[in-house]
Design a binder for this molecule. Structure first.
Ligand code: MG
Length: 384
């Protein structure tokens, strides 16, 4: 039986995780839940799963929960509450699904405390991947990637001699603008960018899928997770989202990982690894005729992907700078304060104007993150 601490329980990964838990009552239970703002949903989740440790964004919401729950768990709030859930002694497995760099400290702490950490917070790996590895090594923690492409790579690369591997490819759906001409992409609206063809996700990652920044962050994530050189990780556009990753060997052959495009699959993979049991997702159906297509990404129409390759090559704090700039730019776009094409312009500005430094500590990475945010916010303000 695994006892979970679920950080970010009310988001898209959080609610999918709880569906996986529901389908394995004899193998999975919920010991701790942490959420930011959606207190009504958190309350309903608490009543269903009765976690003993709960955290919410503010003290007011913690007080509200205390008076409205039918039982009395440990109640926490804010950043410290997130850490309390990550380190809760009743949990052995942490699902790190907080969005953005707000999830960094709790992911690191859980790895250092020797937990299995199923990381859906890709920023932790993009921004401080080497530090997460160090924390896992120091504390005996185990890091499993929830991201569909990386869970696929984990399956393909387990027990493989790294010397046999020539390259890995992660696939990209291409997002809603795959076939749009450059001029139309440049003036895309919020509603158009939020209309993702194959994956249903939160707003930040959906915009990142429209710019292909999500795929760029995932290239960095793959390089960090699997110890691959920057030029060993690349991207193939595959609009059907059924092949999630491929590994190319030196002899010229490839292995591909295939499953339905449903996040419950990689979540279940990480939670139950190395076991495989029937879960909430039906097996892939090969009986219907399907056409799969593959093509190279167009870096001219999707420059954010090129910026990610650049940041990966620069290394050190460069991915942190790019990630922070992008978080600011996407938030400004979603608020109507920036145009779609301004996102890549903001990211380029920050990446090219703040010098990257070698990665030293979590505090230093968070400093780089704050510096990039300040610079990006200034850039946004100058535009509006
Ligand atoms: Mg992904």
């Amino acid at each position: 039986m695994r006892h979970l601490a679920l950080l970010g329980s009310t988001g898209s990964i959080g609610t999918s995780t709880l569906e996986v838990v529901r389908s394995h009552p004899e193998r999975l239970s919920v010991a701790a839940l942490a959420a930011g703002r959606s207190r009504d949903l958190l309350r309903a989740q608490c009543e269903s799963f009765k976690p003993r440790c709960v955290s919410v964004g503010s003290k007011d919401d913690a007080d509200w929960l205390r008076s409205s729950l039918s039982y009395q768990p440990e109640l926490h709030w804010g950043e410290e509450g997130l850490l309390a859930c990550a380190l809760y002694s009743g949990a052995d497995t942490v699902v790190a699904a907080v969005v953005g760099s707000a999830g960094l400290a709790s992911t690191e702490a859980a790895l250092r405390a020797g937990r299995r950490v199923c990381v859906a917070n890709k920023e932790s790996l993009v921004v401080g991947g080497a530090l997460m590895h160090d924390a896992a090594l120091a504390g005996g923690g185990e890091l499993l990637p929830v991201d569909s492409e990386h869970a696929a790579l984990h399956q393909l690369l387990s027990n493989r001699d790294p010397a046999t591997i020539r390259e890995v490819r992660i696939t990209a759906s291409g997002g809603p603008f795959l076939d749009w001409p450059l001029a139309r992409i440049q003036t895309a609206t919020i509603a158009e960018a939020l209309n993702h063809p194959t994956w249903k996700m939160g707003p930040k990652i959906t915009i990142d899928s429209a710019t292909l920044m999500n795929k760029g962050l995932e290239v960095i994530e793959a390089s960090v997770l699997f110890g691959l050189a920057p030029d060993q990780v690349t991207v193939t556009v595959h609009p059907q989202s059924q092949v999630h990753a491929m590994v190319g060997f030196h002899d010229g052959s490839y292995q591909l990982q295939v499953c339905a495009n449903d996040m419950k699959l990689p979540i279940q993979y990480c939670l139950l690894y190395p076991d495989k049991y029937p879960g909430p997702v039906a097996p892939y159906s090969w009986d219907q005729a399907r056409a799969w297509t593959f093509e190279a990404p167009d870096l001219e129409r999707f420059p954010c992907l090129g910026l990610a390759f650049q940041a990966l090559k620069e290394g050190g704090t460069a991915p942190a700078l790019l990630n922070a700039a992008n978080e600011v730019a996407v938030a400004a776009f979603l608020q109507g304060n920036l145009g779609f094409w301004d996102i890549q312009a903001c990211n380029r500005e920050i990446l090219n104007h703040i010098p990257a430094a070698p990665l030293a500590s979590l505090a230093q990475v968070l400093d780089a993150d704050r510096a990039a945010r300040r610079h990006a916010e200034g850039w946004v303000q100058a535009r509006t």
